[in-house]
Design a protein around this ligand. Structure first.
Ligand code: PEP
Ligand code: MG
Length: 584
């Protein structure tokens, strides 16, 4: 019987192949006590397991190194580094010494502690990093139990769809090396390393398909649709025919998009459009460079603060920004000063005073920085210093009025003077821009544009503040629509203000990464997009097939409409017509 299973699609594309159910049961971990005289021996046993786990990972790395780019191999390095991390090792050893636990139990207790720390994090990406802890612990536990590393028979893997409980990055890379067609896991979320990895290497993948191993048998034919997160087993002839046709189309599309790597984005009537990437950490530049040799239009620096759970010092920041700049190899880096508060928060270290009722409207981003200049100045100093080494720009989030901007500019000037006095090399002409993400700033965009070197529209917040919608509240997400005429007017005002003042205006909110809005934004006059790395080629494809002057007149008419639904329907129709015309 054919059944349909839903999970979370994490890497698009259609795969059709026979199932390979990859079952490995984890040995249960038991607690027992070790006599004090044997502690040393038990610690040795634990260290031996660590060394064995590291050996296994290095063997996998060496085996697949030839056909795997170094940036993708780095996912295994994350696990190798964890094996050396003192919080991991020393904590476990302390549990053996202090409580006489056996190594397995000591490790179990330590891993529970670490998982709890990750579980309590607000940031969804960091929360998922607990998966890495669990993967590493599982490997060490297997080494302690001296069970061999479960590796499926490589001769059986080519063209198969793997069904597993969970896959570590090392498993995923190993399986891809054996040319599997796709994979499905019962656990894991969209932000797990395995999900990110599958997207990077381009195999269709679904995670979170609960009970898949119970419902599917090895050898059954499977179809997986990685975009929809859907899996069908033993499909009938009609489904097979349908999905084979879809797969063909999908492969043709990927081939077409791949040809656009490193090609400039230019409309058919010759307008060059800048496409930059958004990053959260220097390591994200790897993914960006897979798609294009381009710069960064938004580096959200708060990750550096959130991951450390404290405000890092000037030197740490300088080194981190320098790493990002050097990885870009001459392409520009736009560093956004910290945007902490509301949905992005550091725990523990800051006395936040009484809980704000509306944190998104409270002491957030530049407001917080100006309230605590002693914490902000190290970031300003680090950015001014790194800008002396290459093309760096500084971007200020959440400005609401010109007085605030003037205060920030005065602080930057004072910081520059101090650095010059200390004879530190800086970029005295560092370009400074503002994020336009509050309606008041959009309405004052002319004034901002006269004072600054560039503007960047943050639609994620602009929509939130214009429509009075909490951007992370699921209950009202149906109202969260970039096509609301009020939002579009504010975007248009900002683009026009930039043109009038002769400065670039970019859009770095999620709206720019959605190909559905590319023609709309081009028609509104946007010439600079800063987007997610995996949207680069799709957006470029649309740009390279668009005639700007024709789009402008069409969009002008659409913008006269008063209702979100009317605008949405017109944009959909325009997209469909244009796509058909260019055989999109
Ligand atoms: C935005 O608000 O659109 C933006 C890019 O900033 P963030 O999502 O980091 O608030
Ligand atoms: Mg924002």
């Amino acid at each position: 019987m054919s059944i349909l299973i839903n999970g979370i699609g994490v890497s698009g594309g259609i795969a059709i192949g026979d199932a390979y159910v990859y079952s490995r049961e984890q040995e249960e971990v038991h607690e027992y006590r070790i006599p004090v005289a044997q502690h040393k021996k038990e610690i040795q046993r634990f260290k031996k397991a660590l060394a064995e786990a590291s050996k296994q990972l290095n063997e996998i790395k060496n085996k697949i190194a030839d056909d795997t780019p170094p940036d993708i191999l780095a996912f295994i390095d994350t696990h190798l580094l964890m094996l050396e991390d003192p919080t991991f090792n020393e904590g476990t050893i302390a549990n053996i010494k202090n409580f006489s636990y056996n190594a397995e139990w000591a490790l179990n207790i330590q891993s529970e502690r670490l998982v709890k720390v990750f579980d309590e994090m607000d940031d969804p990406y960091l929360r998922t990093r607990k998966d890495d802890v669990l993967h590493v612990v599982r490997r060490i536990q297997n080494c302690l139990a001296e069970t061999p590393d479960h590796v499926p028979d490589p001769t059986q893997l080519k063209g198969r769809i793997i069904i597993a409980d969970d896959l570590t990055p090392a498993d995923t890379l190993m399986l891809q090396h054996h040319k599997i067609a796709g994979f499905v896991t019962e656990y894991g979320g969209p932000l797990s390393h395995t999900a990110i990895l599958s997207k990077n290497i381009g195999i269709p993948a679904i995670v979170g398909a609960r009970h898949a191993r119970k419902l599917i048998q090895s050898g059954e034919t499977l179809i997986i649709d990685g975009s929809q997160g859907m899996l069908i087993n033993s499909p009938d002839y009609r489904s097979l025919k349908h999905y084979r046709a879809l797969r063909k189309k999908d492969v043709a599309r990927k081939t077409l998009l791949n040809k656009l790597k490193f090609v400039p984005a230019i409309t058919t009537d010759g307008k060059a459009i800048t496409l930059h990437g958004n990053i959260n950490r220097p390591e994200d530049i790897r993914a960006l460079k897979n798609f294009d040799d381009t710069g960064v239009g938004l580096y959200r620096t708060e990750m550096l603060f959130i991951e450390r759970n404290e405000w890092p010092d000037e030197e740490t920041q300088f080194k981190t920004y320098k790493r990002a700049l050097f990885r870009l190899k001459g392409q520009p880096l736009t560093i956004r000063t910290i945007d902490l508060g509301a949905d992005k928060e550091i725990q523990d270290t800051i006395d936040q005073g009484p809980m704000a009722h509306n944190p998104a409207m409270g002491l957030r981003a530049i407001r917080r920085c100006m309230k605590e200049p002693e914490l902000f100045i190290p970031q300003l100093r680090a950015i001014l210093r790194v800008a002396a080494l290459g093309p760096v720009r500084m971007m200020i989030p959440m400005l609401t009025n010109i007085e605030e901007l003037k205060q920030v500019q005065a602080l930057i000037e004072r910081t520059k003077k101090q650095l010059i006095k200390e004879k530190v090399r800086i970029d005295k002409k560092l370009q400074i821009g503002a994020m336009i993400e509050v309606p008041a700033a959009a309405l004052a965009a002319d004034a901002f544009a006269r004072q600054l070197d560039f503007l960047s529209i943050g639609t994620n917040d602009l929509i939130q503040y214009t429509l009075a919608l909490d951007r992370i509240d699921d209950e009202i997400s149906y109202l969260y629509n970039p096509l609301n005429p009020a939002v579009l007017q504010l975007i248009q005002i900002t683009i026009n203000a930039g043109k009038k003042a002769g400065i670039p205006v970019s859009l770095c909110g999620e709206m720019a990464s959605n190909p559905q809005y590319t023609r709309l934004l081009l028609g509104m006059g946007l010439e600079y997009f800063s987007i997610q790395a995996n949207a680069l080629l799709e957006v470029k494809h649309i740009i390279n097939n668009s005639n700007l002057s024709r789009l402008r007149s069409k969009i002008k008419k659409i913008l006269e409409l008063q209702s979100t639904h009317e605008i949405e329907s017109e944009i959909n129709q325009l997209n469909q017509r244009e796509a058909e015309k260019y055989n999109h």
